[in-house]
Design a protein around this ligand. Structure first.
Ligand code: COA
Length: 326
């Protein structure tokens, strides 16, 4: 069995925050942010959480697929910013859209999350275990950002994207996925600390138990991405015996315009084959690839049979590049 994309959906919160607004909060400028990253605006939620946005994106994908939600076998939500430890985001989506026959769980792989979720779904479909999967990337990164820290607060945004994929007789799917935990400190955001009756309060200083925010070694991440991603793209092309000329688009995680330009140069592929919307939405982590796919789908940029390379990369470190046939 192979897999095909049936539909997509996305949801972005209403509130747009531009670079001018941020320069009123921290010592930055539109010139710095747009020239270093390509980002001009991002959407920031003022109330809707990760599950709420995920369910809204999912509902659009379900409506466009014209399927009964009861036919969905599995829901995977890729997120690093769930609303709760319990229940998981996918169960909340299930209840919201009425997909009561689905098995539901979340997957945490930072900005590689959607590609990892797609590969997990593909494995179930390929093995004949499930027929229909709903995969979602949804993030509320605005709650994980230190809004006094100019090096990170200008980069991220909130949003959700979803796709429905189904088992199919035909299709193409090749992947190169990887992780390097030895470089875990390049991108971090601590969660809860160990506090229980066996650990005295005194041994946790105030600093250690304070809320943590996203910290990033920007240059380290930049160097990792522009070295690793072109390599993995070449590897999936070799594995699938596809030439560059056969690839219609490279849909990369929307982290930074300079990263995309560098990958395009390294591959000697025109930048026009690298669709972008990071200028409007910033870096939405696991949501960026499905949001972009949905925008492309709505603009009729995707035709059946198109060969597309998806590539996500980020904290962990993690990376995943997958060649699909639309
Ligand atoms: N506005 C103005 N100045 C800023 C700034 C901001 N928002 N953020 C940082 N700076 C300053 C720094 O303080 C530093 O000043 P200094 O030279 O006086 O010390 C200077 O700009 C250069 O900082 P640096 O971090 O070296 O900038 P950079 O060219 O590496 O660009 C990133 C920073 C984050 C844009 C870049 O490293 C990057 O895009 N990295 C990849 C990050 C990424 O995509 N992560 C997500 C992957 S999932």
């Amino acid at each position: 069995m192979e897999m095909r994309f049936v539909s997509t959906g996305s949801y972005l919160p209403e509130q747009a925050v531009d670079n001018e607004y941020l320069s009123g909060i921290v010592d930055t400028s539109d010139e710095w942010i747009s020239s270093r990253t390509g980002i001009r605006k991002r959407r920031i939620t003022v109330g809707e959480g990760t599950a709420c946005m995920a369910a809204k994106a999912a509902a659009k994908a379900v409506a466009r697929a014209d399927i009964d939600p009861l036919d969905i076998d599995i829901i995977i939500v890729a997120t690093m910013s769930p609303d709760n430890f319990l229940p998981n985001t996918a169960c909340e989506v299930q209840a919201e859209i009425g997909a009561m026959h689905a098995v539901c769980y979340d997957l945490s792989a930072a900005c590689s999350g959607f590609v990892f979720a797609l590969n997990t779904a593909y494995s179930f479909l390929k093995a004949g275990i499930y027929k229909t999967a709903l995969i979602i990337g949804s993030e509320v990164l605005s709650k994980m950002i230190d809004w006094n820290e100019r090096s990170t607060c200008v980069l991220f945004g909130d949003g959700a994207g979803a796709a429905i994929v189904q088992a199919s007789e035909t299709g193409l799917f090749e992947s190169v996925l990887g992780s390097d935990g030895t470089r875990k400190n390049s991108l971090t955001c601590a969660s809860r600390y160990i506090i229980n009756p066996l650990v005295s309060q005194d041994s946790n200083s105030t600093d250690e138990t304070a809320l943590d925010y996203i910290k990033m070694d920007g240059q380290e991440v930049f160097k990792f991405v522009i070295k690793t991603i072109p390599l993995t793209i070449q590897q999936v092309m070799e594995k699938s015996c596809c030439t560059k000329e056969e690839i219609r688009y490279y849909v990369l995680h929307q982290a930074n315009q300079r990263i995309l330009e560098s990958v395009s140069k390294k591959l000697k592929e025109p930048i026009e084959k690298f669709p972008m919307n990071l200028d409007k939405y910033g870096n939405t982590s696991a949501a960026s690839i499905p949001i972009l796919l949905d925008k492309m789908n709505k603009r009729n940029m995707l035709d059946r049979g198109d060969k597309i390379i998806l590539s996500g990369f980020g904290g962990g470190l993690t990376w995943g590049t997958t060649l699909i046939e639309w």
